[in-house]
Design a protein around this ligand. Structure first.
Ligand code: FAD
Length: 325
């Protein structure tokens, strides 16, 4: 079980991303993962949302499980592609009613099979519009109430018990694959801020400079909210191929070669942990406000990365391959 015995470990926030399980067996394994990750003391655990709402129920089940069994704040990814405003409002209300108070508001991708020129967006055209809608639905759930101000005839004060929601959005240090220019990505971030977002989480990247120069450009343009770097430990050549396909990032050639030439799975895993740990350390040294780890529903790898960054203490990973190199 991971420990956080060093109180200094707790100064820098970290968080994890999980995805909803696809079977009962995977759900049980995920519950164990959640318990282990929660014990490390993350700021939040986010849960992805399947394209076009395909995982609505299972995402909500995982979020509710986190809410009921841990003290960690669950963050719901939500996408708005293909939804009407009414459907999106109902969805947001369902998550708020379940107790979720943190969201990652996303536009979502073009559904597979939709032709290039075909419209696919629905009523909401961007993540910024979803951010606005989440605020609006939350406002409507807990309406303003007027209270009488004692001693001043006819005077009324507006009282609200509305809880604040945390609304994160996606950021793209190396540009969204569909954006026309790097300035468009910054403009999109500014639009999300204007809509009421208060945090960003980045797409994965492989070099600290990519994040740090993105932050410089964002701050120069007026983006003020914290931007958490998203770190994905790449623990096999197959995983590397898959994430490059999904993210559109360029191949990190050095890491790719290291993974290809390493014959054992243990050795590959160690390469991924080492690379992600170094990246995390460089990011924190460069001023990143915390680290967000893509956990792939497993605790050991991401905790080992955080250990290398000095954020948690975990038992050493036995790895004879590493020792012999
Ligand atoms: P937006 O920020 O609204 O737009 C994306 C880009 O498109 C912008 O950067 C901008 O360059 C361009 N753009 C936006 N508006 C316009 C416009 N009006 N005209 C021209 N260009 C425009 N997907 C899922 O389905 N489920 C998930 O759980 C999920 N989790 C994610 C978590 C993170 C941390 C990240 C980074 C991405 C995640 N995604 C997820 C992927 C996301 O859905 C895709 O990146 C999607 O293509 C765009 O969503 P967005 O919120 O970035 O959209």
């Amino acid at each position: 079980m991971p420990e956080t015995s060093d109180p200094d470990c707790r100064k820098t926030p970290f968080s994890f991303e999980l995805y909803p399980p696809k079977s009962d067996a995977a759900a049980s394994a995920l519950h164990a993962t959640i318990a282990t990750l929660a014990a490390a003391g993350p700021d939040f655990i986010s849960v992805t949302y399947g394209a076009n709402g395909s995982s609505r129920r299972s995402s909500l089940d995982v979020l509710t499980y986190i809410l009921k069994t841990t003290t960690v704040d669950p963050m719901a990814h939500l996408t708005c592609v293909g939804s009407s405003s009414l459907e999106a409002s109902r969805l947001i209300r369902e998550f708020l009613d379940a107790g979720v108070r943190s969201f990652l508001a996303l536009r979502g991708d073009r559904p597979e099979g939709a032709g290039e020129g075909e419209p696919f967006l629905g009523d909401l055209g961007s993540a910024a519009e979803l951010v606005q809608l989440i605020h609006r639905v939350q406002a409507e759930r807990v309406p303003y109430r007027e209270t009488v101000i004692p001693g001043i005839p006819g005077a009324r004060a507006v009282k609200t018990e509305r809880e604040k929601v945390r609304i994160a959005v996606a950021g793209f240090p190396n540009g969204h694959p569909r954006s026309r220019s790097t300035s468009q990505d910054i403009d999109t971030l500014l639009a999300k801020q204007a809509a009421g977002a208060n945090l960003a989480i980045t797409q994965l990247f492989f070099h600290a400079d990519h994040y740090l120069s993105f932050i410089q450009r964002a701050r120069a343009a007026g983006v003020e909210f914290p931007i958490l770097p998203g770190i994905m430990p790449v623990t096999s050549p197959a995983r590397l191929r898959r994430i490059l396909e999904l993210s559109g990032e360029d191949l990190p050639s050095e890491l790719a070669i290291q993974l290809e030439v390493e014959p054992t799975r243990e050795g590959q895993r160690d390469i991924g942990i080492r690379q992600a740990g170094e990246l995390g350390r460089e990011l924190l040294a460069g001023g990143a406000p915390g680290l967000h780890l893509y956990a792939f529903n497993q605790a050991d790898t991401v905790l080992a990365v955080l250990d290398r960054c000095g954020l948690v203490n975990t038992p050493p990973i036995p790895n004879p391959v590493k020792e012999s190199q």
